[in-house]
Design a protein around this ligand. Structure first.
Ligand code: SAM
Length: 268
């Protein structure tokens, strides 16, 4: 009798493990919203509870364990390995990251702005491609994420070219000129909460932080999506916009990046 109960328990645990480890992740791999729901609402809190740590802390440990200090490429590669094989995270990821790299290399920005640092993955990708003397200002309003990002950026040896600002984009954008002596940005990467894309591009325009030729690249324009922002940059005569189709980070669900070149004010 007891042997039967034990066997039944072992089977249930094995089934649950297989479901959570392989079957559900495989099922949600091609469905962006389901993937976000599964990884953020189910897996992350469970792993936080089991490990008494947060996802950013686990990601940082993977960097400190596997990446070569001062080698930005190795930091990026280790985060990608962690996210493919251990735990999904909301970095831009390797596939869209390659598109980000090509746009940054093409623009070769002396001054860049990133909205939404998270753990510093895209920050490292951008900063490692800046020309000598180039500078990246990155904004993150979550103090825990900002603390992890600082350590990831330092591990990559890029602390001299990155200024991480802790605070919300709505508060900080109007202060960037005065606080950092900025004239305008050559490149802006939008990767914070999607409902802030449209108000913040308007704020960047109002504060005259965009110049003719500034390239604005926006992530996740399909998943989770930023329809109001897309409608604006695609229909405004102030922008020339193009879309790069790709996949949601570390999945096969469709997502994409929108590259918008600012053509200057259309006022008479
Ligand atoms: C998708 S993650 C950024 C991922 C990061 N760019 C990467 O690829 O590695 C979005 C981040 O933006 C931050 N965020 C959201 N809204 C923000 C705002 N208005 N100002 C500053 N940070 C914000 C969130 O806390 C989160 O860490």
């Amino acid at each position: 009798m007891w042997q039967c109960v034990l066997l039944w328990c072992v089977c249930v645990v094995a089934l649950m493990y297989a479901l959570c480890r392989w079957l559900i992740p495989a099922a949600v791999h091609r469905h962006g919203r389901l993937a976000l729901l599964w990884h953020d609402v189910c897996v992350e809190p469970a792993l936080d509870w089991l490990t008494h740590s947060s996802r950013p802390q686990r990601l940082l440990r993977a960097v400190q364990k596997g990446a070569v200090r001062g080698d930005a490429r190795s930091v990026v590669a280790n985060i990608d390995r962690f996210c493919h094989h251990s735990e999904w995270a909301m970095n831009i990821g390797d596939e869209k990251g390659a598109i980000l790299d090509s746009v940054v290399s093409e623009v070769n920005p002396a001054l860049a702005l990133e909205l939404g640092t998270y753990c510093g993955y895209s920050t490292v990708r951008i900063a490692r491609l800046l020309p000598p003397g180039g500078r990246l200002i990155t904004l993150e309003f979550n103090p825990e994420y900002a603390a992890v990002a600082r350590q990831v950026i330092e591990w990559a040896g890029l602390e001299d070219s990155v200024q991480l600002v802790e605070g919300g984009s709505g508060d900080w954008i109007p202060q960037l000129k005065e606080h950092f002596g900025v004239q305008s940005f050559d490149f802006v990467f939008l990767d914070h909460w999607k409902e802030r894309y449209l108000p913040d591009i308007h704020l960047l325009e109002e504060c005259e932080l965009l110049r003719k030729g500034t390239v604005v690249l926006a992530d996740n324009v399909v998943c989770p999506g930023a329809p109001d922002y897309l409608a604006y940059v695609r229909n405004s005569p102030a922008y020339q916009s193009s879309y790069f189709q790709s996949h949601l980070e570390y999945t096969k669900a469709v997502d994409g990046l929108e590259k918008s070149v600012y053509l200057g004010t259309t006022d008479a």
